[in-house]
Write a protein that binds this ligand. Structure first.
Ligand SMILES: NC(=O)c1ccc[n+]([C@@H]2O[C@H](COP(=O)([O-])OP(=O)(O)OC[C@H]3O[C@@H](n4cnc5c(N)ncnc54)[C@H](O)[C@@H]3O)[C@@H](O)[C@H]2O)c1
Ligand SMILES: O=C(O)[C@H](O)[C@H](O)COP(=O)(O)O
Length: 375
């Protein structure tokens, strides 16, 4: 079999070599000719999988996307061709949760604000929104959930209306898929009108899809009435609105989900699904592939202050490094994609084991709400 895969997918050879020949390609520029004789196609979010890409291929047996979002997939077309498809729901949700938590700590530090008194409005309470809520709950930070679809489905959590969210949230963080139709379409959910309705000075974080925020409206707002903004995703990726970048507090190139664990789990979930489709047993283990837990001696109090917590979070993942690099490269041709391709995968908190300088165990990660072994 021939497997055509996005070159930015870790552990593909370790997991899929038994199935046949692996051809790694640039996902953004994959062509119909390149996939014409593929038996299996494994992509990430930058490959549009549709009739234009697949029309020349009559033997495709499986398409997988190692991502949470599936807006790049023409599901109807795959169904019409009877081609099995799998994505990787939730694979990088912890990574996004930790990114948003780190971003909040950075903003609090920059503006000398306390997170304790803030109310964080989470738009979309699925896997990534819930991961953010978990981190915040562990620190006693008040959250409001807005997710009319889950509310309608009888999810037992408490939800608020969009009006309440806008009226009460001191921070709004976005965790919805990009959708263009229906009562709850998310395209430009945050537009000029909504930006005016947010509480004055409300912080805004977008780590879902760029088009959920009207970037031009945001630019115009920031020019006249600046407020704290974190953008991991941009309208028009890989070419973000150049004028917008200097006006936001933290700017990164769609890497909120780029922990090693998150990316690896995406690949692994496709491996499991392909094994099912091919009726073969999945005998490989993700744990065996990931590098060992790493250890570090830090001097920390059992209940870290905000400053200590920030230091710990920066130790695991210093968001400022990605922000600094992004500002330098975002206008260079291919800068956005090259930064993503060469991104040094950060580890999640679950991969970290901490001991105090005196050798005692540090308990603060459980306080953070992150799962994992703490030694
Ligand atoms: N920046 C990144 O690296 C990154 C990583 C992972 C996912 N994402 C994006 O984030 C999106 C969400 O991921 P997830 O794992 O939480 O997905 P999910 O499907 O688990 O949850 C999305 C939630 O949004 C809700 N929703 C849909 N429309 C809504 C609306 N108009 N208002 C409020 N809620 C609405 C849904 O009911 C659902 O509960 C993905 O679709 C993807 O586009 C980005
Ligand atoms: O939907 C997702 O899972 C994320 O947006 C994903 O992490 C984006 O990364 P990419 O697929 O572009 O490498």
């Amino acid at each position: 079999m021939k497997l055509v895969v996005d070159e930015n997918m870790p552990y593909v050879r370790e997991l899929f070599s038994d199935f046949g020949e692996i051809v790694s390609l640039n996902g953004r520029h994959m062509t119909a000719e390149q996939v014409a004789d593929a038996d299996v196609l494994l992509v990430r979010s930058v490959t549009k999988v549709n009739q234009a890409l697949l029309a020349q291929n009559s033997k495709l047996k499986f398409v997988g996307s190692a991502t949470i979002g599936t807006d790049h997939i023409d599901h109807d077309y795959l169904t019409s061709r009877d081609i099995p498809f799998a994505s990787a729901p939730g694979c990088n949700a912890t990574s996004v949760g930790e990114y948003v938590f780190n971003a909040l700590l950075e903003l609090a530090d920059k503006y000398q604000a306390s997170l304790a008194g803030k109310t964080v409005g989470i738009v979309g309470a699925g896997n990534t929104g819930s991961a953010v809520a978990k981190c915040l709950a562990a620190w006693g930070i008040n959250t409001l959930l807005y997710d009319p679809l889950l509310a309608q489905q009888g999810d037992p959590r408490e939800f608020v209306s969009f009006d309440t969210l806008l009226a009460e949230a001191d921070v709004i963080t976005l965790h919805v898929p990009i959708t263009h139709e229906g009562a709850f379409a998310t395209h430009h959910l945050i537009d000029a009108t909504v930006l005016e309705r947010m509480k004055p000075g409300c912080w805004l974080i977008n780590a879902c899809r760029g088009e959920v925020v009207d970037n031009l409206a945001l630019l115009n707002k920031l020019k006249t009435a600046p407020f704290p903004v974190v953008l991991d995703v941009w309208e028009g990726e890989p070419k973000p609105l150049a004028e917008l970048v200097p006006l936001v507090d933290i700017a990164t190139p769609h890497i909120a989900g780029y922990s090693l664990e998150g990316k690896a789990l995406g690949t692994f979930m496709l491996y499991q699904r392909l094994c099912e489709v091919m009726n073969t047993s999945a005998d490989k283990s993700l744990t065996a592939l990931l590098p060992a837990t790493w250890y570090q001696t830090l001097t920390l109090n059992q209940l870290p202050s905000a400053a200590e917590l920030l230091r710990l979070c920066r130790f695991v993942y210093d968001l400022r490094d990605d922000d600094r690099q992004f500002r330098k490269i975002h206008q260079i041709p291919d800068g956005f994609d090259n930064m993503r391709k060469n991104h040094r995968h950060r580890r999640e908190f679950s991969a970290l084991a901490l001991v105090n300088a005196d050798g005692s165990e540090v308990d603060c990660l459980s306080k953070l709400g992150f799962s994992g072994v703490i030694r």
